[in-house]
Write a protein that binds this ligand. Structure first.
Ligand SMILES: [Zn+2]
Length: 396
C-alpha cells in the first residue's frame, strides 16, 4: 500500500528568488484568469451558435498554447507548469461546479491567490533545499519529514512568507503523531447545534462551554441595554459591555474553529463540508443561531487555506439533501426521525446511528461517491462526545 503525504515547509528564498517566485505565481494567476474569461467567452459563443464548440479544459489549453508565444511571450520565461497546472486547476474547478460540489469558479486575486504547482518529476529535494524548475535550489526552513517519490510541489505565499507543500508517495504507514499530517483519506463534516462538528470518522468536536455561557450573558446584557434610557451614560456603558462581550465570543469561536480546522487539515487530504448558506440557514434556525453566517464563512476560510496549504482539497457540497434521515449503510430513509432523536436504529439493516455522524457519513458519500464505503456492522456510539471510531471503514 502506498499513500500520499504532504508536508508544508517554509521557504527561505533570497531576495531575487522571492521576486522570481512572485513572477511565477503571477503567471499562474494570469493563466487561470485568462482561461476563466476565455471559457466564459467560448460558452457565450456556443449559446449564440450551437455549432461553436462548448469549452473544456483541453480546448482552453490549446487556445492558450496557440497565442502564448505572440501575445504573452513573458509566459515562456517561467516554468511551463505555472500556466499548465493553473488551467488544470481551472478544469477541476469546472468539473466540481458541474457536479454540484462547488460554486462557479472565481477570478483569482493578487495577494490572495499567489501560488503555483509544479509536477514532481521536475522537483528535487536535498536536505533542507528544494530545486524548482527555472528557479534553482531554494533553501527550506526544515527537511522533508519523510522520504518517497515527489508527486508535486505547490508553492504559495502566505502572510508570513513563501511556503512549499511537498506531496510525496510514501510506503511506510507507521507515522508518529508529530508526523501525521495530511495522511488519511477523505472526511465528511456535519456542523451542528449539539456539537460543533461531527466527523464521518466518528469523532466529535464540542462547542466550547464558555461560548454558551457568554451567549447567555450577552442576551441578558442586550436586554439591559434596551431597558436603559436612550442617550444616558448608563446606556453607553452597557453598550460598551455588549461590544466587549461580542469580541470575547468571537475570540472563543475563532479558537474553537482553529482547533477544528487544524485537526481536519492535518489528518485528511479531502475534506467535505456542506454549504450552510444554501442548506442550513433556512431549514434550521437553531443551526443559524449556534453557528451563524459569519462563523461559517470563517470556518470555510480557515479550512480553505489550511487544506490547500497541505496539498489537500476542500469540497463544498452545494445542494441540500436529507442527510440526517438517510441510513449511511443501506440508504434507507427514516421518515420518522425527530430532531430530538440523537441515536437511532435503521429498520432496514439494523445499523445503529449517531444522528450527526450519520449525516457526516452521508455527506462524504455524496461528495466522494462510490470510492468510499462508509458501512460496516456496529454502533455509532452513545451520542455523547467520544473519540471512539466506528467500525465503518473508509477506503476504495
Ligand atoms: Zn440501513
Amino acid at each position: 500500500v502506498s499513500i500520499h503525504r504532504a508536508h508544508l515547509i517554509k521557504l527561505k528564498p533570497t531576495a531575487a528568488q522571492a521576486e522570481a517566485l512572485a513572477r511565477v505565481a503571477g503567471t499562474a494567476r494570469f493563466a487561470y484568469n485568462w482561461g476563466l474569461s476565455k471559457w466564459q467567452e467560448l460558452y457565450d459563443k456556443h449559446l449564440a451558435d450551437p455549432q461553436q464548440p462548448k469549452p473544456n479544459e483541453f480546448l482552453i489549453r490549446k487556445t492558450l498554447n496557440a497565442v502564448k508565444r505572440d501575445e504573452f511571450p513573458w509566459m515562456l520565461e517561467v516554468t511551463k507548469y505555472a500556466p499548465e497546472e493553473a488551467l488544470r486547476a481551472l478544469g477541476r474547478a469546472y468539473t466540481n461546479f458541474f457536479a454540484g460540489r462547488a460554486k462557479y469558479p472565481k477570478f483569482k486575486k493578487k495577494g490572495r491567490h499567489d501560488r503555483f504547482r509544479v509536477d514532481g518529476k521536475d522537483v528535487q529535494v536535498d536536505g533542507s533545499a528544494v530545486k524548482l524548475p527555472k528557479l534553482g535550489w531554494v533553501p527550506m526552513r526544515e527537511e522533508l519529514r519523510f522520504s518517497g517519490k515527489i508527486i508535486s510541489a505547490t508553492i504559495s505565499r502566505r502572510a508570513s512568507g513563501w511556503f512549499v507543500s511537498l506531496n510525496a508517495e510514501v510506503e511506510d504507514l507507521t507515522l508518529t503523531d508529530a508526523e501525521n499530517q495530511g495522511a488519511a483519506g477523505a472526511v465528511g463534516i456535519d456542523l451542528g447545534l449539539h456539537t460543533l462538528a461531527a466527523l464521518s470518522t466518528g469523532e466529535k468536536f464540542d462547542s466550547p462551554k464558555a461560548y454558551a455561557l457568554a451567549q447567555t450573558r450577552l442576551r441578558r446584557l442586550q436586554q439591559s441595554v434596551s431597558r436603559k434610557v436612550k442617550g444616558s451614560s448608563n446606556r453607553k456603558k452597557a453598550v460598551l459591555r455588549v461590544g466587549r462581550l461580542h469580541e470575547r465570543i468571537a475570540n472563543i469561536r475563532s479558537d474553537a474553529l482553529h482547533k477544528l480546522t487544524t485537526h481536519l487539515a492535518a489528518h485528511h487530504d479531502t475534506v467535505v463540508i456542506e454549504d450552510l448558506h444554501v442548506k442550513g440557514m433556512v431549514k434550521n434556525s437553531h443551526l443559524a443561531k449556534s453557528l451563524h453566517d459569519a462563523s461559517f464563512g470563517e470556518f470555510r476560510r480557515q479550512l480553505e487555506y489550511k487544506v490547500e496549504a497541505r496539498g489537500g482539497q476542500l469540497i463544498i457540497a452545494d445542494r441540500w439533501f436529507p442527510s440526517s434521515k438517510t441510513c449511511s449503510c443501506c440508504g434507507g430513509l427514516n421518515a420518522e426521525l425527530k430532531l430530538s432523536d440523537r441515536v437511532w436504529t435503521c429498520a432496514g439493516c439494523g445499523a445503529v446511528h449517531d444522528r450527526d455522524i450519520n449525516a457526516a457519513k452521508n455527506l462524504l458519500k455524496l461528495a466522494v461517491g462510490a470510492t468510499v464505503t462508509v458501512c460496516g456492522e456496529g454502533s455509532a456510539g452513545s451520542g455523547e462526545s467520544t473519540n471512539e471510531t466506528t467500525l465503518c471503514e473508509t477506503g476504495s
